[in-house]
Design a protein around this ligand. Structure first.
Ligand code: MG
Length: 157
């Protein structure tokens, strides 16, 4: 068994969709980025790559590459899962925390788990997602951005 950890932050701006865990969430602001800026899925990609010491998402999917402009991060996650599979590893479980002052994310967590689990081709019971605020503190608390942390375990096939 191997463990990986990932962390990511994106800035909240007007005029962008808010996509978290592959789910579009009604919001006046969305995350800024080259892809759909799905901070949760990016942290998960980094955790999965990290579990096999394969570097980070920026190395595999450079934000200077026009192929990734506006791309759904779930498709990056699918490519990461394929890299693990090529190394004869399967995803055992994942667990993530989203830190966002607003909007309220609890109503969307189940849909995020379903989207991520189906992308990774594992049961939703192996995908943990929690959402928290930072009690108004720091850049997340001020609503300037959203952060996400993920850990995962992977096992040889
Ligand atoms: Mg990112």
């Amino acid at each position: 068994m191997r463990v990986g950890v990932g962390y990511d932050v994106h800035r909240l701006v007007r005029g962008r969709k808010l996509i978290l865990g592959g789910v579009e969430i009604p919001s006046e602001e969305g995350l800024e980025g080259h892809s759909d800026a799905d901070v949760l899925v990016h942290s998960l990609c980094d955790a999965l790559l990290g579990a096999l010491a394969l570097g980070d998402i920026g190395r595999h999917f450079p934000d200077t590459d026009p192929r990734y402009a506006g791309i759904s991060s779930l498709s990056l996650l699918a490519q990461v899962a394929r890299k693990l599979s090529e190394q004869n590893y399967v995803v055992w479980n994942t667990d993530s925390v989203i830190v966002a002052q607003r909007p309220r994310l609890a109503p969307y967590v189940e849909a995020m788990r379903t989207a991520i689990a189906s992308t990774l081709q594992i049961a939703p019971s192996r995908v943990g997602i929690k959402a928290t605020t930072s009690e108004g503190l720091g850049f997340c608390g001020r609503g300037e951005g959203i952060a996400a942390y993920s850990v995962c375990t992977v096992a040889p096939r």
